[in-house]
Design a protein around this ligand. Structure first.
Ligand code: PNS
Length: 162
């Protein structure tokens, strides 16, 4: 069974992530969306919130699993019996960081392969941090994230302002 693991912070999930998830799910038997619990910088959305948003958006997609992980990605993958990472690549600016991560993961576990999927042209400018920036100032995020989670994102930033 071909398992792909799509790791990230998903703080929050964007339409760019969804584009990769939907396309990646077509070329494997099972796609595991792996949501990183801890980051050096505290995320805006808790791990429970980030997983819940993904679950809502991906509801009913049969070969997609959403799982939280902490620690090293390669250790999580071993537990899941997976050896292939899939990542989206936007601009040249993503390359250096992704290249480093792919090589470090290979250093940690030589069985790990990292595949890159070019982002959809409409999403090449899109990132979770841009969505957070816009939403925190009340900017329009329609078209950047799934419609069904827009209100939740604004609400989160309203709560944070209180
Ligand atoms: O969406 P992001 O924040 O770019 O995703 C980064 C992520 C989660 C893929 C990366 O930080 C990660 O895999 N972290 C877990 C720790 C790890 O295994 N690091 C890579 C080897 S140093």
């Amino acid at each position: 069974m071909r398992i792909l693991v799509y790791p990230g912070s998903f703080d929050p999930v964007t339409n760019g992530h969804l584009d990769i998830i939907e396309r990646a799910a077509k070329i494997c038997d099972k796609l595991i969306v792996a949501v990183l619990v801890n980051r050096n910088k505290a995320p805006v959305f808790s791990i429970e919130e980030r997983v819940a948003l993904l679950k809502e958006v991906l509801d009913g997609k049969p070969n997609i699993e959403i799982a939280a992980f902490s620690g090293l990605l390669v250790d999580f993958m071993k537990k899941k019996g997976a050896n292939t990472i899939i990542k989206g690549l936007r601009a040249v600016s993503d390359f250096e960081y992704e290249f480093q991560m792919a090589l470090l993961n290979k250093h940690l576990d030589n069985n790990i392969e990292t595949l890159f999927m070019m982002t959809g042209i409409n999403y090449s400018y899109l990132s979770s941090s841009a969505v957070r920036e816009l939403a925190s100032h009340g900017g329009n995020i329609k078209g950047l994230v799934p419609d069904i989670i827009i209100d939740r994102i604004y609400k989160k930033f309203e709560e944070n302002r209180k």
